[in-house]
Design a protein around this ligand. Structure first.
Ligand SMILES: *[C@@H]1O[C@H](CO)[C@@H](O)[C@H](O)[C@H]1NC(C)=O
Ligand SMILES: *[C@@H]1O[C@H](CO)[C@@H](O)[C@H](O)[C@H]1NC(C)=O
Ligand SMILES: *[C@@H]1O[C@H](CO)[C@@H](O)[C@H](O)[C@H]1NC(C)=O
Ligand SMILES: *[C@@H]1O[C@H](CO)[C@@H](O)[C@H](O)[C@H]1NC(C)=O
Ligand SMILES: *[C@@H]1O[C@H](CO)[C@@H](O)[C@H](O)[C@H]1NC(C)=O
Ligand SMILES: *[C@@H]1O[C@H](CO)[C@@H](O)[C@H](O)[C@H]1NC(C)=O
Length: 324
């Protein structure tokens, strides 16, 4: 079942949203995270650069053969090492749309959802050693081009959350369950390889009410595939959200089917509560993006991000069990 405490974490996140627009991290935590980020910065930069070279060399194993775009990216595009590290901690909100039962072990989680192709290249770095970590299960979920999450399809992406709760006669608490079905689109998970890297094919996310464009990510250690094909994991070493550059989001949102989502105004990074919380120590949870054809992101893009995880600080906030 899903972790009640993940929902509890969401509740805390919501409280932060309603009040100070900040995560509840102490000054000591913030200073410590900033120090980690700085310490691993050079290693993180080298890591990203190595991945760019590698993904170019093998043309990314997950890029489908039937792509209508010829990939001409020439890495590295950057003349300097990109050393932003995204250090994520176990207590960043997982949100109300976390739904482990619908997470699926695969490297292409699109399921035919319309939108701009996005390949994510995610590197996982241990913040204690600044070294890549193999065999970490990276679990992702995000909304579709018009703001809906799978398994929550029947909920309107345009109704403010409090209002939605009232309409559903629900109250925030550890057993909050808003799911409306069992669809699985745009939910996927895959382990990091021997180089500490995993790749996932998806679409650029759309947006829903009160939130900037984001992708939820959790990293798990101690996971295994059971006989019946479900995945069990006992440790969450990181829960976070990934974001995109505003200019990029603006460009993509002008394209269909994103552009047809006109019922609400899009919330931008600068006013998003979670974004503010994740960037406050100077980490960069913003995905570095390149156009697959080297010209136009509308033809698809490759996104790179490094997650810093603390393998010895596993979340006590409940294990996620019974992934499909
Ligand atoms: C990160 O990269 C920038 C630009 O390449 C460089 O000026 C800075 O010193 C680097 N920071 C660390 C901590 O390595
Ligand atoms: C991709 O390249 C191949 C071989 O050069 C060419 O036949 C094909 O038309 C190109 N496709 C696109 C969409 O440009
Ligand atoms: C997003 O998902 C919802 C719910 O399943 C669906 O109604 C909507 O058509 C989807 N959006 C797009 C662009 O396919
Ligand atoms: C709302 O839920 C509460 C608690 O389950 C219940 O007592 C109440 O009758 C419900 N109200 C409506 C309008 O459904
Ligand atoms: C898979 O096996 C586990 C352990 O036996 C069980 O708890 C779970 O309900 C099963 N899931 C499915 C979908 O069969
Ligand atoms: C990782 O977590 C452990 C246990 O909470 C802590 O002692 C250690 O300092 C953390 N490592 C870093 C680099 O913060």
């Amino acid at each position: 079942m899903h972790a009640p405490s993940a929902i509890l974490a969401f509740v805390l996140g919501l409280a932060a949203t309603a009040t100070a627009h900040r995560q509840h991290l102490s000054a000591r935590d913030l200073a410590s995270h900033a120090a980690i980020s700085k310490r691993c910065a050079a290693k993180a930069g080298e890591f990203t650069l190595a991945r760019k070279k590698r993904s170019l060399a093998k043309r990314s194993s997950i890029i489908p053969r039937d792509t209508s775009v010829n990939i001409t990216i020439e890495s590295p595009h950057y003349s300097t090492i990109q050393n932003d590290t995204c250090v994520l901690v176990p207590d960043v909100t997982a949100g109300p749309y976390v739904w482990p039962r619908s997470e699926t072990l695969r490297q292409d989680m699109r399921e035919g959802q319309a939108g701009v192709l996005l390949y994510l290249d995610i590197g996982v770095l241990d913040v204690n050693t600044c070294e890549p970590v193999p065999n970490v299960l990276v679990d992702m979920w995000h909304c579709n081009a018009t703001g809906s999450y799978s398994s929550f399809d029947a909920l309107s992406p345009n109704i403010p959350f409090q209002q939605l709760l009232e309409m559903l006669n629900k109250t925030i608490g550890p057993n909050l369950d808003l799911h409306t079905g069992d669809s699985t689109f745009l939910r996927g998970m895959w382990p990091t390889d021997s180089n500490g890297v995993m790749e996932m094919a998806t679409i650029f996310p759309g947006f829903y009410v009160e939130r900037t464009i984001h992708i939820h990510v959790q990293a798990h250690t101690d996971w295994m595939v059971r006989g019946n094909g479900t995945v069990v994991s006992s440790n969450i070493v990181s829960t976070g959200q990934l974001f995109f550059d505003e200019a990029l989001s603006e460009q993509v949102m002008a394209l269909e089917p994103y552009a047809s989502h006109t019922q609400i105004e899009r919330t931008t990074n600068d006013v998003d509560s979670i974004y503010a919380g994740e960037t406050v120590t100077g980490w960069s949870p913003v995905v570095q993006v390149e156009a697959l054809d080297g010209v136009d992101v509308a033809n698809g893009m490759m996104g790179y991000i490094t997650l810093g995880v603390n393998l010895t600080a596993t979340s006590s906030q409940g294990a996620k069990l019974d992934h499909r």
